[in-house]
Write a protein that binds this ligand. Structure first.
Ligand code: DOR
Ligand code: ZN
Length: 352
């Protein structure tokens, strides 16, 4: 019999929780598995001030199931001309753990993103001084660049100069998707880390076009070819602490996914740790899951590691085909498919 797997409780270092009724509906999925999560600020309007982050944090805490101790780690959304004083306030708050850079137009709710990094020098200087990480959506938004090359071109044109100009700035290259990103992060001489999603570990771009167009596999950065998926799997299972778990779980109502212009984002919070277990199991690397999921993200952010545990059991179970959350239908990744690992949520009582 395959033994069960007990891990220090993991953290999700990249998560979209949304707001309002959708937040209430999705938060329990994350809070069941993860101790903490780095919460993305791309709301409408975006979370650009410490005051807004404080209010958002209070709404997240209020949405936790009774007795749950999940901790949201808040972020700010970087805008042109953000003042160094805002970074100072963020640092003083104690609850803001990063500032997210969306190149304007790169992805969902990035309209208020950065148009020119030169306009952010003051904020970046302050972040470097205070040790607040810059969390980067690493794609050029330029539509003349092939969509499959936008991450690589971003690294060459944007990240290399940024790392050169701010050598002590902590940077997380979020949801990496390419061999080039793996290589860059592994060899860079600056304090850089990278999150990797479960969907980029499990699928290549064929998943988008299996027998027709599959909008529930569409996310940004878009899934890449098999060579890149393999490079991500190698990085995630390597034990290199620069690579850690970030689901990028991004719920969108079914109607906005199955649409002539469908939204980017995969809902994986429901079964996130089981998806990662599947990916690691497929390459015989379950022994590397705890470092990736539970240690390296906390270490990068300078947070104590969680002290409690979760347990996964080798059990076949079927995912729902859809979820009814608030007044929306959300289709989880691999809807209706079977999974081989299951989070053990109820401890059976022993009869004496
Ligand atoms: O697929 C994605 N969805 N990528 C992002 O960068 C944003 C996210 C969202 O907020 O829906
Ligand atoms: Zn994201």
């Amino acid at each position: 019999m395959i033994p069960k797997l007990t891990l220090t409780r993991p953290d999700d270092c990249h998560l979209h929780l949304r707001d309002g009724a959708l937040l209430q509906g999705v938060l329990p999925d994350t809070a069941r598995q993860f101790g903490r999560a780095i919460v993305m600020p791309n709301l409408k309007p975006p979370v650009t001030t410490t005051e807004q982050a404080d209010a958002y944090r209070a709404r997240i805490l209020a949405a936790r199931p009774a007795g749950n101790t999940f901790e949201p780690l808040m972020t700010l959304y970087l805008t042109d001309n953000m003042e160094a004083s805002e970074i100072r306030r963020a640092k003083a708050s104690g609850f803001i753990h990063g500032v997210k850079l969306y190149p304007v137009g790169a992805t969902t709710n990035s309209e208020a993103g950065v148009t020119n990094i030169l306009k952010c020098q003051g904020a970046l200087d302050a972040m470097q001084d205070f040790g607040i990480p810059l969390l980067v959506h690493g794609e050029m938004a330029d539509v003349s660049i092939d969509i499959f090359d936008r991450e690589k071109v971003f690294i060459d044109r944007f990240l290399v100069p940024l790392n050169h100009d701010f050598p002590a700035l902590k940077v997380v290259l979020e949801h990496i998707t390419t061999q080039e990103a793996v290589d860059y992060v592994a060899q860079a001489s600056v304090p850089i880390g990278a999150t990797i999603t479960a969907h980029h570990l499990l699928y290549n771009r064929n998943a988008l076009f299996t027998g027709g167009i599959r909008p529930h596999y569409y996310c940004l950065p878009v899934l890449k070819g098999e060579k890149h998926r393999k490079a991500l799997l190698t990085a995630a299972t390597s034990g290199n602490p620069r690579f850690f778990l970030g689901t990028d779980s991004a719920p969108h109502p079914r109607t906005l996914k199955e649409n002539a212009c469908g939204c980017a984002g995969c809902y994986t919070a429901l079964h996130a740790i089981e998806l990662y277990a599947k990916a690691f199991d497929e390459v015989g690397a379950l022994d590397k899951l705890e470092g990736f999921a539970s240690f390296f993200g906390a270490d990068f952010y300078g947070l104590p590691r969680n002290t409690d545990t979760i347990t996964l059991v080798p059990e076949v179970w079927q995912l729902p085909v859809e979820l009814f959350i608030a007044d929306s239908t959300i289709v989880p990744l691999c809807a209706g498919e079977t999974m081989g690992w299951k989070l053990w949520t109820s401890i059976p009582t022993i009869e004496i």
